[in-house]
Design a protein around this ligand. Structure first.
Ligand SMILES: [Fe+2]
Length: 379
């Protein structure tokens, strides 16, 4: 390494931070607390966590000297026996405020009712065997929010094994798993043979689970077509068609509930969910779990028509993908983005059995980052 001091880019020490010229030729300001707290020596290479405790500094961090030496900013700190070597490349990464680059922040691609032949499909044994196939699966989940897994073994264990490829099984108040079949005394419309309107699951939870798995173990009944639509596609079009309605549905939260003898779950959610960029990232919608809306009745003069316009859009053929699930397939979809439902079926015409569970979006993104990026600590 060519170590030399460059007087042209000598940092300028100020009261609370310093100016340093970086590779773009511009002078950038960095706060002293930030520089001290994020000194590379603050992080343990073993735990990969921050081991430095800035709360124990007696005085505000202040440099005695700071200079650019080679490809690092070297700071000698006052009041402690410590010298920071800050790589300029790291300073360049943080020279402008904003979230750290995220490989899992992939642009979404909206899909429409004719999407079924193009749904990404992955063979379950290949997913188990090959991390690169897993990477493609997660990519499909991040971009399109929906994938079909094939060749699923006909066992309870197969679903657990599959879910664990992208996260831990996430319990809901129904437990770790749920079985969708016809029950004599159903506690949920899903457990009847009636039609199920398009919805996202468990909206009454404060944080509804992010990824849903539906493993089809048997499907020989008449009827019971699966219905799916991409909430991002519908909400993006709604934003164009009805900007005022979009504003209401993305800003005003409404109550959801799930209530029976020994539970009474409640939450408030906006129907349309936006991400950190202001783009549509999902929906929370369920007519059978929407509570009696408690908003100001005059606000409802505007809210309800917008809500109904949006609900009717969700049902349009343009967006609705429908197909019959086959035994041995597992639908995997983003429960905050993809609305799902099913047509009525004849309960006596055969068997219909789906076993399901959930994992979370954040864990899936974490698995993805670990698969595709070097991270900051990998040797
Ligand atoms: Fe559902």
């Amino acid at each position: 390494m060519n170590v030399m001091t460059n007087p042209i880019s000598a940092p300028v020490l100020k009261e609370r931070g310093l100016d340093v010229v970086l590779a773009d030729g511009q002078s950038h300001y960095f706060n002293y607390y930030w520089l001290r707290d994020n000194c590379p020596s603050s992080f343990s290479s073993t735990t990969r966590e921050r081991s430095f405790d800035i709360f124990h500094l007696e005085d505000a961090p202040t440099p005695i000297t700071a200079e650019v030496t080679g490809d690092a900013l070297e700071i000698v700190w006052s009041g402690e026996d410590h010298v920071t070597q800050f790589p300029l490349s790291l300073l360049e990464t943080y020279a402008t405020a904003g979230p750290r680059q995220d490989p899992a922040d992939l642009p979404r691609e909206a899909w429409f009712g004719d999407h079924f032949p193009n749904v990404p499909r992955f063979s379950q044994p290949e997913l188990v065997a090959d991390p690169q196939v897993r990477r493609k699966w997660i990519e499909a989940m991040l971009v399109e929010g929906f994938a079909i897994l094939t060749d699923m073994p006909d066992s309870d264990a197969a679903l657990t094994e599959t879910a664990k490829l992208i996260g831990e099984v996430r319990p809901t108040f129904f437990g770790d798993y749920f079985d969708v079949k016809t029950y004599i005394n159903p506690t949920n419309t899903a457990y009847t043979s009636a039609a199920l309107e398009l919805h996202t699951d468990t909206p009454a939870e404060e944080h509804a689970p992010g990824i849903q798995f539906l493993h089809c173990r048997a499907n020989s009944v008449q009827g019971g077509e699966s219905l799916y639509a991409d909430g991002v596609a519908v909400a993006n079009d709604f934003r164009q068609r009805d900007p005022e309605g979009f504003k209401l549905l993305s800003e005003v939260s409404v109550p959801f509930y799930c209530e029976h003898d020994d539970y009474d779950m409640r939450s408030r959610q906006t129907v349309i969910e936006l991400d950190q960029h202001g783009a549509v990232s999902g929906l929370t919608i369920s007519q059978h779990m929407l509570d009696i809306i408690d908003l100001d009745q005059e606000l409802l003069d505007r809210y309800y028509p917008a809500f109904c316009r949006f609900g009717r859009m969700l049902q349009e053929d343009k967006y609705m993908m429908h197909f019959l699930m086959q035994a041995g397939e597992c639908m995997v979809f983003d429960n905050h983005r993809i609305v799902h439902g099913r047509a009525a079926y004849s309960a006596t015409s055969g068997d219909r059995y789906l076993r399901g569970c959930y994992t979370d979006r954040a864990e899936m993104r974490s698995v993805y980052r670990a698969l595709v990026s070097e991270g900051r600590f990998k040797a």
